[in-house]
Design a binder for this molecule. Sequence first.
Ligand SMILES: NC(=O)c1ccc[n+]([C@@H]2O[C@H](COP(=O)([O-])OP(=O)(O)OC[C@H]3O[C@@H](n4cnc5c(N)ncnc54)[C@H](O)[C@@H]3O)[C@@H](O)[C@H]2O)c1
Length: 370
Amino acid sequence: MIIGIPKEIKEDEYRVGITPSGVRTLKDHGHSIIVERGAGEGCRLSDGEYAEAGATIVDSPVDIYSGADMIMKVKEPQPAEYSLLHEGQILYAYLHLAPAPQLTEALLNTRVVAVAYETIQTHDGFLPLLVPMSEVAGKMSVQVGAHFLEKTQGGRGVLLGGVPGVRRGRVTILGAGTVGMAAATIAVGLGADVYVLDVDQRRLIYLEEIFGNKVTTMISNPDNILYSVTNSHLVIGSVLIPGAKAPRIVTKDMINLMKGRSVIVDVAIDQGGCTETSRPTTHKHPTFIVDDVIHYCVPNMPGVVARTSTFALTNVTIPFALEIADNGITKAALSDDRLAKGVNLYNGLVTHEKVALALGHTYSPLSDVM
Ligand SMILES: NC(=O)c1ccc[n+]([C@@H]2O[C@H](COP(=O)([O-])OP(=O)(O)OC[C@H]3O[C@@H](n4cnc5c(N)ncnc54)[C@H](O)[C@@H]3O)[C@@H](O)[C@H]2O)c1
């Protein structure tokens, strides 16, 4: 198979779809890899390193898209890339289609086979291709939250860890999955007073096993959300229902009751956000203020720690890329349920139930259409 790696063109996206070591692995299985010139420069991976690993370097994205059987990239295609995709081509990337009707329409029109990293899922609910970026975003969420709490950044002027004689800052984490766990690790490490909420009791038990009484866990219901959000300096939104739009569990009324110039980092913004007041922002203009509360809603947080993120991403994308490249998408998806869950669109049909539900499309089970 010919695998194409375009340079990412989403604003402030510095990651790339593969490392030179990933190229070597695919080459060892007999595949050809074409990499767009300069694709790795955002994370200091040179064309020379890719060429040395066995990739062919090409000058334009047109050559990548027209020549490849599979496009392997980080973020969803941008409008300038829609017309470059072609029927039957495999698109293997983060897509987050549920909150993105225009992107979904565009991809349906191209009749690509769209495999979304974030919905590849094991039987026990584990999302192996979301996990490393969630680790990154979870760790970053407390870092950026602490930054925007500084007075010069417009924040309340609170140090999360406090000092002897002065109360610690309080952090509320909504959703105790991978993002939530990583955020809790950093928040506890900083010495903040940490609340964690989830609808899944088992996650809360797990967190208490790990952190003991350094975190306060609460089941996620409207009363507990109201109490914790309005008593916090930093709120981290990290809920997920895989494939679906994020539930908007923080209402505008709750935001209105929050402390002045406290901060919300809505990590779940890539699935639409979990507060009623969230809308996507960029790394260049990461925040906006509603009701005197600072909102940070960047959908591609790991993009700015591009090198760490690119290596972490390639570690987990390569095994499935190999399954697809070695067997073709149909055989690979039919023989691996985890991969089948990743196939969101198949030749103009929506093959992921939750994506179809979120966007009002007809759901076509993959087993029926392949
Ligand atoms: N902005 C970014 O750059 C970025 C990067 C990585 C991940 N993300 C996003 O962060 C979100 C979380 O990802 P994750 O990997 O931690 O997911 P996860 O599945 O590991 O965890 C999600 C948790 O949310 C909980 N949950 C569901 N509904 C809830 C509710 N109503 N109240 C409280 N908890 C609820 C689930 O029980 C689960 O424990 C996803 O939307 C993911 O796409 C964003």
